[in-house]
Design a protein. Structure first.
Length: 492
């Protein structure tokens, strides 16, 4: 009877909380209950997606996802706690099984996964829809065979599937790399650039032909082909610009003097910044040569400064090592305290540190949030180049601040969550968000000496927006990195 009354009490609690969710405090309480029930399972679900279990073990992963959604619906409907926990236990069993199957899939389909990843990076779902769709259907068919234990038949399909993905990739690469350039060269010809600027126009056409030849001979030389295509685009735009200028000057011969004087003014402005006043009585060559020599000198000075920075970074690393040793000694001393006193002290320090976190970041760098026992560092000041996961040097100072924040919680586990907006292919966004989260993880590991098992990188893609994807501002907010510091409940 006592057990039943507790279950009914929980269900009633959820019911009233949901009915009164307009209240911010009650809504937060409901979120905390949900996080306590579903948090660990949700992370395992995301981890399974990162391991491509949804692709390599589709049936088991689908069963786990369906059961998880059932548990969520039960939670919304105020169903008994024991029923929800039972379903979540089943979800975890299925997820563990799908992760084991995915491990075998990674071995069996290692070359196929690479071919598929390359096709996604080339945006084949958009630029080669039919070819990519065919490859996906064949791949799913093969993974289902493997999931049933038919390894032999699954392996037989690998060469065919790889070929389909590579065909889709090459088609997409050609469209993405050369499509815009072809349009520009067509525009240049319509402007009669082949008559007015034959050299520049011919260079653009030649570079485009070289880009296509590179792809036809070796699609792995995409970088070289892209460089050629980008150079061709520059030349095509150059030809269009020059043609328009020449036509204008042909129609207005009196403009020649102003045209040359404008260039001299531009050179004079640059020279003034470099500390000398140019003379143009003998043309532009002498001032330009002097600018070139000064620039060379500045480049040499820059290298020297970079060498000094490297030396200082090495000293900084030494200080970090000393700081880490100090923290280890501090943890050892704390372990000797009485258990109750230790917990009270940790809780007090935790509260003080949380209050001090906002002083570490400026309002443009990060927002500090609290969710139950978790602290979220929302790095609004950290952005990545479009479609890439490279951390630019300008953000190193922000990540240094993140390190300071993490050091305030030496016992916290760290989850780095990557999020994107809803623009583009969903699977590509999923992979991109994971790669960005992984880049931040690797940076922190390299600069803090953390235990790798303490840090987890997850990619949520476009699945967890915090703003509308219908506006530019909303999409910018959704493209983010959240660093979650999870504090052990026993220490609170």
């Amino acid at each position: 009877m006592r057990i039943k009354s507790k279950v009914l009490s929980f269900a009633s609690c959820l019911y009233f909380l949901s009915m009164l969710s307009a209240s911010p405090i009650l809504s937060q309480n409901l979120d905390d209950v949900k996080e306590s029930l579903f948090g660990k399972t949700e992370k395992k679900l995301v981890q399974a997606q990162a391991e491509k279990a949804n692709l390599l073990s589709p049936k088991l992963f689908e069963q786990a996802s369906d059961k998880y959604n059932e548990a969520l619906q039960d939670f919304k409907n105020g169903r008994p706690l024991k029923d929800i926990e039972r379903k979540l236990k089943e979800v975890n069993v299925k997820l563990d099984q799908s992760l084991q199957a995915a491990k075998l899939g990674h071995v069996t389909f290692s070359t196929t996964l690479k071919a598929r990843e390359d096709a996604l990076k080339a945006n084949a779902p958009e630029h080669a829809k039919e070819a990519f769709k065919n490859a996906e259907e064949e791949f799913i068919s093969a993974t289902k065979k493997l999931e049933k234990g038919d390894v032999k038949d699954a392996k037989k399909k690998v060469p065919e599937i790889n070929k389909l993905y590579r065909t889709a990739e090459l088609t997409a690469i050609k469209v993405s790399i050369m499509g815009a350039v072809r349009n520009l060269i067509k525009e240049a010809r319509e402007e009669e650039a082949h008559k007015y600027t034959p050299i520049t126009y011919a260079n653009a056409q030649k570079l485009l032909n070289e880009a296509e030849a590179i792809l036809n001979s070796n699609r792995r030389s995409e970088t070289s082909a892209k460089e050629k295509a980008e150079a061709a685009e520059v030349e095509a735009r150059h030809a269009i610009f020059l043609t328009k200028q020449i036509k204008r000057l042909e129609d207005n011969p009196e403009e020649w003097e102003n045209f040359i004087l404008d260039r001299e003014t531009l050179i004079e402005d640059i020279a003034r910044e470099l500390g000398f006043k140019p003379k143009f009585d003998e043309g532009l060559d002498k001032p330009l040569n002097r600018i070139f020599k000064i620039t060379q000198s500045l480049q040499k000075e820059k290298k020297q400064l970079l060498a000094e920075v490297d030396e200082k970074n090495q000293k900084l690393q030494q200080l970090r090592d000393e700081l880490q040793q100090y923290q280890e000694k501090e943890r050892g001393l704390k372990a000797e305290l009485e258990e109750k006193q230790y917990k009270l002290e940790i809780k007090r320090q935790w509260e003080e540190k949380f209050k001090s976190l906002e002083d570490i970041f400026s309002s443009e760098e990060a927002v500090v949030l609290r969710r139950g026992n978790d602290i979220i560092l929302r790095l609004i000041g950290l952005t990545f180049p479009s479609g890439k996961s490279t951390i630019e040097p300008e953000y190193f100072s922000l990540l240094t601040a993140v390190q300071r924040a993490i050091r305030k919680f030496p016992d916290a586990s760290i989850t780095i969550e990557g999020h994107t907006d809803a623009i583009g292919n969903e699977q590509y966004n999923q992979n991109l968000s994971y790669e960005r989260a992984l880049a931040v993880k690797q940076y922190l590991l390299a600069n803090m000496g953390l235990d790798e098992s303490r840090v987890t990188a997850l990619g949520y893609g476009e699945s967890k927006p915090i703003a509308s994807n219908e506006t530019r501002e909303g999409r910018a907010q959704n493209r983010r990195i959240d660093i979650v510091l999870s504090i052990d409940e026993e220490l609170l």
